[in-house]
Design a protein around this ligand. Structure first.
Ligand SMILES: [Zn+2]
Length: 239
């Protein structure tokens, strides 16, 4: 489910909106808030000219997050949103009700609100950092650029195939272990050595090579599967 974004700017494009949705779901999962806040991306030139102008705030009564975007880096905007999402979670937990003084200097004068602010900075920034790293790991290539659709499809395909074939390797290892236990005719040590040859690292290296060099060129699923299968079987046979 998505949050409602009121984009009142002409500088935030749909790619950034998609990242905002992704970040919000990540935060929802981490903090466990239930209701979705609405997000208002605002432009306010006068505020932007003030060095210490507003960057954003949370309205607990209407569950609205307001962010001022003028002249800011997209990443800074996303970090602001993570901060306000903590306040949204605090609100759902009943921590932002009538909590006394909330005028200027509340972060210094009101110990409870100071605590809320401290928590929002800490949890918001760490949530943002963790989201950023996980987002990059699944959406960026090794060059640090956002993956093309083709690169992304290849990566998803690789992940699927690796899962599938690592499952096969596990099964094969189990079979060999059973052989060691059940058969007296087979020399135990030999069998153990044999299966130790199926070294996990080798398998990873082998398939990783197939990955980088061959998978990139070929997009045909059946061909890819066959190549990985052959590579895995070769390793299993100790070639
Ligand atoms: Zn705050």
């Amino acid at each position: 489910m998505k949050i409602k974004i009121y984009n009142n700017t002409d500088t935030i494009n749909s790619d950034v909106e998609d990242m905002i949705q992704n970040l919000t779901l990540f935060a929802k999962d981490r903090f466990g808030f239930q209701a979705h806040p609405s997000l208002h991306l605002n432009s306010d030139v006068e505020n932007a000219e003030d060095t210490l102008g507003k960057t954003g705030y949370y309205d607990p009564n209407n569950m609205e997050i307001h962010i001022f975007v003028d002249g800011r880096h997209d990443k800074d905007i996303l970090r602001s949103i993570a901060h306000e999402l903590v306040h949204h979670w605090q609100n759902e937990q009943g921590m932002l009700g009538d909590q006394g003084y909330s005028g200027p200097g509340y972060a210094q004068k009101n110990p409870h609100l100071r605590k809320m602010e401290k928590e929002a900075y800490l949890k918001g920034n760490m949530c943002f950092r963790d989201w950023e790293d996980s987002y990059k790991a699944t959406n960026y290539n090794e060059r640090g650029n956002i993956m093309s659709l083709k690169e992304w499809k290849n990566q998803k395909l690789n992940e699927k195939l690796m899962k599938k074939w690592f499952g096969v390797i596990k099964e094969n290892n189990n079979i060999e272990e059973e052989v060691v236990e059940e058969s007296d005719n087979v020399n135990e040590e030999e069998v153990v050595e044999e299966s130790e040859n199926v070294n996990e690292e080798e398998v990873v290296e082998e398939t990783a090579n197939v990955n980088e060099e061959e998978l990139e060129e070929s997009t045909d699923t059946a061909q890819l599967e066959e190549k990985i299968f052959n590579a895995v079987m070769a390793v299993l046979k100790g070639k």
